[in-house]
Design a protein. Sequence first.
Length: 467
Amino acid sequence: MLLDYYQLAEQPFGVTPDSRFLYLGPKHREALASLVYGTESNRGFLALIAKPGMGKTSLLYHYLSYLRDKARTAFVFRTDCDSREFIRHLLLDLGIDVAGMDLPGMHDALNRLLTEEMRAGRRFVLVIDEAQNLDEKVLESIRLLSNFETPWTKLMQIVLAGQPQLADRLASPSMAQLRQRVSMVIRIEPFTPEEVNAYIDHRLWIAGCEKPAFLTVGARKLIADHSEGIPRNINNLCFNAMSLACALQRKTIDRDIVRDVIADLDLEPLREKNLAAPKPERKSVRVPPMLLTAAKKQSASGGWIPKLAIISALLLAAGGLVVNLNHRAGGSSTLPDAVGTVSAAPPPAPAHPARPAERAHSRRADQRPGHRHARGDRGPARLLAGDADRGLARPLLPRARHRPAVRDPPPPAAPSARRRRRVPPAAGGRIGGGDLPDARLRRERRPGRHVRPGGHGRGERHRPGRG
């Protein structure tokens, strides 16, 4: 249907590496010339490295067709194998039966083939595609194949073709010997926008299209920008654009059609949709059997105990908050009555009974106007919240720094209530008719001592036995 609608002889944008559709632009032509020159110069190892979809396989097929009449060639593309399987694939491609052969036997068969081709005057070229998948051991076996040589020429030319990962393999320190034997490294760069336009016209012309202008300039520019100059991407965009235009019965392919094709081929929305909510991976943790047994024993009662403790703590906190609010409300309402009760209450009795002089002094101090401890002038009274609920009112005076109480000087001492003894004047004494002090009276009253009359007022000890 597509070929009839656009009047084409065959599919112009196929997926097979057909060498007829190979566009030998400046970069592909340079790469092909390097391959031919390295082979004719007997350089041994050559490396062709390019991004995926750049047409490496198509270029290699064109290169092999060029060598068909000049050399014996072998093409190996199955590279996910070991050393023995690789030699087996090589001999099968050369048409040699390997049934029942071991690895040394296969090496002998290959050596005989190389010797025959040398005597016939032809080269032997081995082309290995997808070489980035080769293991290091297989690469080392391929390096040993280059030892098939004579003192004046190499019996085998080897071409390693692959993606940029091949360059990483060759640059590793373990591949130093193979890297030193690679004489030429050939690259293929992406197309420029002008080369993309020429590439599209070339494939349409090979397919039998007489009017390739149905792809507008804007559409071609959009294809060049989105394909990044890679031939495989160009083929996909052009094929889908032609299919969509054929379905819409439109002869011209413009930017709108190419834009719709780009949106259909875009995988980013699908990736974002699938990766939007990745499920976390559950890592299994091994638990000792002892801990599992203890957990089973505690499962019966250990589940509700923490919950009960939390609920109890919340209830206690809520009850304390309600009681505190009630205390504040009750204290504010009973504050005036409590103040009156405090004012009318008598002062507390002292812990120790005071002496008469101190009681009199304190009585005078309390009755002095303006004194801070006078009755009825105790300042604002405050109540504790708990006392207000219990009906107890007691003043809370503002806390102040401790200062010594200022007291008035004590009053003069009153005359002693003890009676003084009147002593009659002694004859010839100095003191006559006077009162004796209490101290002298106490001395006179001591036992064994009396005052003898006729002295100078000083008593003498009465000694028994002396008159």
